[in-house]
Design a protein around this ligand. Structure first.
Ligand code: ADP
Ligand code: MG
Length: 698
C-alpha cells in the first residue's frame, strides 16, 4: 500500500475550489488549527489523505485472537487494577465465553473511575503478549449495555497525519461525519468510460475509498486514480510547453557540410567514440531544423560530453552565430574555459569566461564584444543570464550539469532563450522513470561507455582505523608521480562530529612526509585563491588537494588517481559517484577509498552499492531503490513538483500511460480550449502556470 507524503503541500491538491469548512459544531478555534495544516476547504480536507491504514478484525472471540492482529473484542470486566507508581498504569481483565485478556492503559486515571468489575466493554486495539498473557495496549473502548458479539467482519481504518493541535482521531471523526458533504464539491475531470478503460475510478469514488475504504485492493485502485490525476496534470504542462516550443518559436538553422565537419574534427586531439559520433549526428539533425533543439545529453562522469557540446557550439560559430556554455559553479566554468581554450588554441574562435569573479573592466569589455558579435563563444556561470548580457545572435545554449538546476530554472532558461537551441547535459544518470517525468519535455541522447583505454576505478570501503595504511599507499602513489584528492564533509571545526578540511590537513601532515604538497580547496577561499589552487594542482605543483564537495563536478586532472572520502556516509550516492568521477580519467589505475565508521545498515548498504557498481546508471538505480522515488523527487530543491503518491512515478507502464494520454489530449487540442477540457485547463494552469511559465504559451 502506498503512503502519501506526511506533509501535503497546500498546492498539491489535485482539485481546487470547494467550500470553506463551515460545518455545524466546528469552532473557529478548530478551523484556525486546521488552517495551520493548510486545510481551508472541503477539498483540502479530502486531500488530507490517510498516511496508512489499519486493518481490524471484528467479532473475534478471545480465544481466536493472535498476537500482532488488530482486533475488536467484547466482554465483561472481571477485575481492575490501578498501579500508582509512575508511569501510572491501569489494567483491566476482560472475559468472554472463550477466554480472558488484559487491557492496559498508561496515565489514564479517568478510566479507573469509569470501568468497574462487571462493566460490559467493547475494546479495539493491537493484540500483543505480555508475560505470556494476551493484552491490548491503549485500546479504544466503548462501554455497552448488552454484550452483543459484533458480526464477524474485517474493517480498514484510515490513520491520518496529524499535528500537535489536531489529533488523528479528530480528523478521522471530522472526515467520517462530513464525507458526503465534501464529496459533493468534487468535480470530475474525465468521463467514467475514460477512467474505466484505464482501470481507474471517478475521482469522487476514489476519495470515498481512501477515506472510507472497503478493501485493500480498492485503496490501491483509488491511489492509482489520484496519482493518475496528479501526474497527467504535470505531463500535460510539459506537453503544452513542448508543443509551443515546436510550433511557435523558431531558431536559427545550423547546417554543416563536410568541410565544416572536417575543420571541427581537426581541433579534437583524439578519435571520437562511436557513442560520441552518434550523439553528434543527432545534434546535427536537430540543429539543422528551424524548431529549437531541446535535448538532454546523459553520459556518465568522464564519458566525454564536453567535446560533443563543443562540436555543436562550433557549428554555431561556423554559421556566423554565437554559442554559450553555462556551468553551475565557477570552478566548473573555469575548467571548461581552460580545456576548451586548449583545443581552440590554433583556431581563430574568440572565447571568453564570464563569472561573478570577472573584474568590472573585463566584464564591460566582454559585454561589448558579445553585443557586437566579435565574441563567438562564452563560458560562464549564472551571471551569463543576467539582464545586461546581450548577444548579437545567440544560436546555441549549452547547460552543463543540468541536475544542478531545477525544473523551474530550466523553464526560466527556456523562457529567456526561447528561440535558441538548447543542449542540457547531466552526469547524474537519471533512472528512466525519472527521465520520463522530470525531463519529459526533452529529447534524450545518451553517451554510453567511456573513452577507450580507461581503467575502471576500484572502490574500497574502510574504517578510520585503516587510515594509516591509506596514507602509506598514498605516499607510494605520490612518489610514483600521481596526485590525490581527499574529500571531507565540512570546511572547519564547528559542526560537531564532522570531519573538516582543516583537521584532515593537520592529521595528514602528521602521517605524510614533509615534502608532500597539500592544499585546501573550499568555498571560503576567494575565487582567485581557488583558481590558483586548481591551476597549480593541474600543473602538478600540488600533490594532494584536500577539499569539500566543491570538486564534485567537472574538475578534470587525469594524473589524479587516488581519492579518499572521509565520512563517506555523509554523502548521497549520486554525490559519491560524482566525486569518484574526478579520478579514473586516464589509462592509469585509480582507486577510490570510502572511509566510514558508521556501521548502520543504511550506511553500509549505500557504501556497498558504491563498491559494487562502477556505472553511474547502476548507482542511480540503486539510489532509487534504497531511497524510493518520494525521497528522490520530493524535495523542493530538486525543482520537481511534489506528488501525493510519488511511488507511482516508478511504474513505467503507468507513466507511459499518462504521457500517451497527455500527448493525445494536446495533439487534439493544443491549447485545451474545447469545453470538454475546460476543467483540465483550469487545473493545469492553476498548478503549473507560474512554475513552468505556461503564461507565455497560451
Ligand atoms: P564528462 O562527460 O564527465 O563531462 P569530459 O567531457 O570532461 O567528461 O571528458 C573527460 C575526459 O575525457 C576529458 O579529459 C576529455 O578530453 C577526454 N575524452 C573525451 N572524449 C575522448 C575520446 N573519444 N578519447 C579520448 N579521450 C576523450
Ligand atoms: Mg563534464
Amino acid at each position: 500500500m502506498q503512503e502519501p507524503a506526511t506533509q501535503i503541500p497546500a498546492d498539491a491538491a489535485p482539485s481546487d475550489g470547494g467550500r470553506p469548512l463551515t460545518f455545524a459544531g466546528l469552532t473557529s478555534h478548530r478551523r484556525a488549527q486546521l488552517a495551520q495544516l493548510g486545510i481551508h476547504t472541503t477539498l483540502d480536507l479530502l486531500n488530507w489523505l490517510p498516511r496508512r491504514y489499519e486493518e481490524f478484525q471484528n467479532g473475534l472471540s478471545i480465544d481466536q485472537i493472535k498476537p500482532g492482529q488488530r482486533v475488536s473484542v467484547a466482554g465483561m470486566v472481571i477485575q481492575t487494577r490501578l498501579h500508582r507508581r509512575r508511569p501510572m498504569r491501569f489494567e483491566v481483565l476482560l472475559e468472554d465465553r472463550t477466554g480472558r485478556c488484559v487491557l492496559t492503559w498508561f496515565n489514564r486515571r479517568d478510566l479507573a473511575e469509569k470501568i468497574k468489575p462487571e462493566t460490559l466493554l467493547q475494546a479495539a486495539g493491537k493484540a500483543g503478549l505480555y508475560k505470556g498473557r494476551l493484552q491490548l495496549v491503549q485500546p479504544d473502548i466503548k462501554v455497552v449495555d448488552k454484550l452483543e458479539m459484533a458480526p464477524r467482519s474485517d474493517a480498514i481504518e484510515p490513520v491520518y497525519p496529524a499535528s500537535a493541535d489536531v489529533s488523528k482521531r479528530f480528523i478521522a471523526d471530522l472526515v467520517a461525519r462530513h464525507l458526503d458533504e465534501c464529496l459533493a464539491d468534487v468535480v470530475e475531470w474525465f468521463s467514467e468510460a475514460y477512467l474505466t478503460e484505464r482501470h481507474l475510478m471517478p475521482l469522487r469514488q476514489a476519495y470515498r475509498q481512501l477515506h472510507k475504504p472497503s478493501t485493500t485492493a480498492d485503496i490501491t485502485r483509488a491511489q492509482r486514480t489520484i496519482a493518475y490525476h496528479e501526474i497527467i496534470l504535470f505531463q500535460l504542462a510539459l506537453e503544452i510547453r513542448r508543443y509551443h516550443q515546436k510550433h511557435s518559436v523558431t531558431a536559427e538553422r545550423l547546417r554543416t557540410d563536410d568541410r565544416v565537419d572536417e575543420r571541427i574534427r581537426a581541433l579534437i586531439p583524439f578519435e571520437l567514440t562511436a557513442a560520441q559520433n552518434r550523439v553528434i549526428a543527432e545534434l546535427r539533425t536537430d540543429l539543422a531544423r528551424q524548431e529549437p533543439m531541446n535535448r538532454l545529453l546523459q553520459g556518465d562522469v568522464g564519458s566525454g560530453k564536453t567535446v560533443v557540446a563543443l562540436y555543436a557550439m562550433l557549428m554555431a560559430v561556423a554559421a556566423g552565430k554565437q554559442a554559450a556554455l553555462l556551468a553551475p559553479t565557477e570552478i566548473l566554468a573555469e575548467q571548461h574555459f581552460y580545456s576548451i581554450s586548449n583545443l581552440l588554441a590554433k583556431s581563430r574562435v574568440q572565447m571568453e569566461l564570464l563569472t561573478a569573479g570577472t573584474s568590472a573592466a573585463k566584464r564591460t569589455d566582454i559585454l561589448t564584444r558579445l553585443a557586437s558579435g566579435e565574441l563567438h563563444m562564452i563560458v560562464g556561470t549564472h551571471s551569463l543570464l543576467g539582464d545586461p548580457v546581450e548577444f548579437r545572435h545567440l544560436a546555441l545554449l549549452v547547460v552543463d550539469e543540468q541536475h544542478k538546476f531545477g525544473v523551474e530554472q530550466r523553464a526560466m532558461l527556456r523562457h529567456r532563450q526561447a528561440n535558441v537551441h538548447t543542449l542540457v547535459m547531466t552526469a547524474t544518470p537519471i533512472p528512466r522513470t525519472l527521465a520520463m517525468t522530470y525531463f519529459g519535455d526533452l529529447d534524450v541522447s545518451i553517451i554510453d561507455g567511456l573513452p577507450p583505454g580507461r581503467c575502471p576505478i576500484a572502490t574500497r570501503k574502510i574504517t578510520s582505523r585503516q587510515l594509516p595504511e591509506v596514507y602509506q599507499y598514498m605516499e607510494q602513489q605520490l612518489r610514483a608521480g600521481r596526485q590525490a584528492y581527499v574529500v571531507a564533509p565540512a570546511i572547519e571545526e564547528g559542526v560537531k562530529e564532522l570531519d573538516n578540511v582543516n583537521a584532515v590537513l593537520t592529521d595528514m601532515a602528521a602521517h605524510l612526509p614533509a615534502d608532500v604538497r597539500m592544499q585546501p580547496l573550499h568555498s571560503r577561499l576567494t575565487a582567485e585563491e581557488r583558481r590558483q589552487t586548481m591551476e597549480r594542482f593541474r600543473a602538478g605543483e600540488i600533490d594532494v588537494l584536500v577539499s569539500t564537495t566543491i570538486i564534485e563536478v567537472g574538475v578534470d586532472v587525469p594524473n589524479a588517481t587516488l581519492m579518499l572520502i572521509r565520512q563517506a556516509e555523509r554523502f548521497g550516492l549520486a554525490q559519491l559517484h560524482q566525486l569518484r568521477g574526478r579520478i579514473g580519467r586516464s589509462n592509469l589505475k585509480s582507486l577510490c577509498i570510502l572511509c566510514s565508521d558508521d556501521d548502520s545498515d543504511e550506511a553500509q548498504a549505500r557504501l556497498s552499492a558504491m563498491v559494487k557498481n562502477a556505472s553511474g546508471f547502476r548507482v542511480a538505480e540503486e539510489d532509487l531503490r534504497l531511497r524510493g522515488m518520494g525521497q528522490m523527487v520530493g524535495t523542493r530543491q530538486s525543482g520537481m513538483p511534489e506528488f501525493l503518491f510519488p511511488d507511482f512515478l516508478m511504474e513505467i507502464p503507468f507513466l507511459q500511460m499518462t504521457r500517451r494520454d497527455a500527448a493525445a489530449v494536446i495533439l487534439a487540442d493544443p491549447h485545451l480550449i474545447s469545453p470538454e477540457h475546460a476543467r483540465l485547463r483550469h487545473e493545469v494552469y492553476r498548478r503549473y502556470e507560474s512554475t513552468l511559465l505556461l503564461a507565455d504559451v497560451a
